[in-house]
Design a protein around this ligand. Structure first.
Ligand SMILES: [Fe+2]
Length: 467
């Protein structure tokens, strides 16, 4: 029998899961869907089926995907849990099952298991596959229309480790570059680097050593380099009993950036010192010769995780800001430049410019953030990186916007000519809508608002797939 969920900050309000799978034909639209907006938006996020039995973290809920299929001005919707082995065994037992893995009696190590994850972080279209990703597992394949679970992708067999939730797809070649951290076992300092070709075949999956074992959420790629910034959110199994988490921000370890020329063997990885901070997500990166530009959402320390003494970050230290890094590969110097001094997260861009010099960034922001608001973002903000112009649409304090996903107007439109799609949780009605904004005029407000009668719980990432 399913039991009530505990009163936990990451299970309350719109962090609370929904308990159904729905299919809705022809949603009510206020305004009008732009001509040519034809395809599917997929969004992924945590949505635990059963009340957790132990401590809970937002990152630890079962993945649920929400899809909006756009066709000639009409929008259909469906949502489905991702039927991972964990989700299926919980359904069979009728309760949450803790994911405890026993250490090997000989080595004392907990071996990595990449086919027992949550698949709850991102969802991408690559190699003619719709793939749900979490950073500890292989990609998990879903049907792109029905969202039926197909299981862990066969490409997993050729990967040396897990696949990040933030691989980068080179728009020139269709190649996907990704990585996985703690390759082999929990606490390993080894990192996998994968390249998957346009057809979905793994063509490279190497392993290299980082300066220390750490949680690594994202990385960046340019035309000539791949960069692996390692921040000191370090892993130490013994901490779990002392401070309740094996992961903690250990400033003394410093930040190290692994820089590799694309195509070079991992033995040629060069390590440079990076700024002491923490980054979950990058907006983009590019290089001009040996000058590399990286746009980050920088935190002073790792938000949502303890410091080594077990204390939690201050409110100020837990706010992300957009900061550009100028990396000079001649001398290994990194200079930081503030781009947006407003609490923000979930940066996106026109992905036809991934790894290239680009102009337009889009992000969820909270200029009116208040302490204790649960980390809600109430604004969608466009940053013109060249002119410095900031344009914002405010969904209203108390409401929560998702990451904005950019959709080009058509194949030949210029950078930033297109639409932004974001879900908005309305506190007053306790329901969500999907808004369509003109990416070049976000401050004009939505051109279309697509209504649901239910909530889409706060999730992580999503993608658009053109029809
Ligand atoms: Fe992420």
């Amino acid at each position: 029998m399913a039991t009530p969920f505990p009163n936990h900050p990451q299970l309350r309000g719109n962090y609370a899961p929904i308990n159904f799978e729905a299919q809705i034909q022809d949603l009510v639209v206020e305004g009008s869907i732009p001509q040519g907006l034809s395809g599917s938006l997929y969004r992924n996020g945590p949505n635990p089926k059963y009340a957790p039995t132990g401590p809970y973290h937002w990152f630890a809920g079962d993945g649920m995907v929400h899809a909006f299929h756009f066709n000639n001005g009409r929008v259909d919707y469906l949502n489905r849990w991702i039927k991972t082995p964990k989700h299926l065994s919980e359904l069979a037992e009728g309760r949450s099952l803790p994911r405890v893995r026993r250490p090997d009696p000989d080595t004392g190590r907990v071996a990595a298991d990449h086919q027992n994850g949550l698949a709850n972080t991102h969802i991408i279209w690559h190699g003619e596959q719709l793939l749900a990703l979490d950073e500890g597992s292989y990609p998990f394949e879903l049907d792109s229309v029905t969202l039926d679970s197909k299981g862990y992708s066969a490409q997993g067999g050729a990967l040396s480790g897990a696949m990040t939730a933030h691989p980068k797809i080179d728009p020139m070649t269709g190649e996907l570059h990704g990585f996985g951290y703690m390759t082999g076992y929990a606490g390993s300092s080894m990192i996998s680097y994968h390249v998957v070709n346009k057809a979905g075949t793994v063509i490279r999956s190497d392993v290299f050593e980082a300066p220390y074992p750490a949680m690594v959420h994202d990385f960046v790629m340019t035309a000539d380099y791949v960069l692996f910034p390692i921040f000191p959110l370090t892993f130490d199994a013994a901490r779990a009993t002392k401070i309740g988490s094996p992961f903690a921000f250990d400033a003394a370890q410093g930040t190290h950036i692994g820089v590799l020329k694309r195509g070079a063997p991992v033995s040629e990885m060069r390590w440079i010192e990076g700024p002491l901070c923490f980054v979950f997500h990058y907006q983009n990166a590019w290089n001009e010769g040996d000058q590399i530009t990286v746009d980050t959402v920088e935190f002073a320390v790792a938000p949502n995780f303890p410091l080594v003494d077990g204390s939690l970050p201050s409110y100020e230290d837990a706010q992300g800001k957009v900061v550009r890094w100028h990396i000079n590969m001649k001398n290994g110097e990194v200079r930081q430049e503030s781009i947006l001094d407003v609490a923000s997260e979930f940066p996106r861009m026109d992905e036809r410019y991934t790894a290239a010099r680009y102009r337009h960034g889009y992000i969820a922001a909270a200029s009116q953030r208040q302490k204790g608001d649960g980390g809600l973002f109430h604004e969608i903000t466009h940053i013109d990186m060249d002119s410095g112009t900031i344009r914002t649409w405010d969904a209203g304090l108390g409401n929560g916007v998702s990451e904005p996903v950019f959709v080009p107007e058509d194949e030949v439109s210029g950078e930033g000519e297109g639409w932004l799609l974001a879900t908005v949780y309305r506190e007053e009605t306790r329901s969500s809508e999907l808004v369509v904004l003109n990416a070049a005029a976000v401050d004009d407000g939505p051109v279309a608002s697509i209504r649901l009668d239910h909530r889409i719980p706060f999730g992580f990432h999503g993608s658009w797939r053109s029809a």
